[in-house]
Design a binder for this molecule. Sequence first.
Ligand SMILES: O=C(O)c1ccccc1NCC(=O)[C@H](O)[C@H](O)COP(=O)(O)O
Length: 216
Amino acid sequence: MADTPFPCSRTRIKICGLTREADVDAAVAAGADALGFVLWPGSKRAVDEARLAELSARVPAFVTRVGLFVDQEPALIERCARHLDLLQFHGDEAPAFCAGFSRPWIKALRMREGLDLHAAAEAYRGAGALLLDAYRPGVPGGTGETFDWSRIPENLAKAVILAGGLRSENVADAIATVHPFAVDVSGGVEAAPGRKDAERLEAFIAAVRGADAGRG
Ligand SMILES: O=C(O)c1ccccc1NCC(=O)[C@H](O)[C@H](O)COP(=O)(O)O
């Protein structure tokens, strides 16, 4: 097992951007640990509160329901929280804002040049983890792009959820390089934005499990 502050023999897997019942069922059946629902209306994968309620009701216990928000109204976030286990903040939310709800939370950070991850881990020390994603100006997430994984320090004081352009073909390399606590995928398991593909989902999860088995 890697010598990191958050060693894990089983990399957790979050499937993000679910919009359809069939995809929720497929992700659960394939063994996902967490499912992400995008509540930001600017996304091609957006669901509204009513859809969130329907989709989250299908999710069995022990699979974490995660809601994604981008600089949104606190009242909306708190209403959605009733259907969620964890909040994921993808915008410029300050630590005090993220901590102001009735659910645990994680902070997504886009890896723009010059980002000091140690400083961010200290600032967002109330987060359950930091989700590290690719940076593309003007796009808050779900870019399908990777970033330079070597920029992630091994001794970061927060658990890392690695995101950005992961696919069944590159996730083993990503795990070997970063030793993340969890991986997060959206576009890499899709047939089209918001429509997951059961075969790609299964291939992705098998690739993660294969990487875990190979680590010894
Ligand atoms: O998916 C979106 O459209 C989205 C919009 C706004 C904020 C976050 C969004 N997605 C986040 C994710 O799906 C993932 O956490 C992450 O960005 C990885 O996406 P991908 O590179 O497609 O695997």
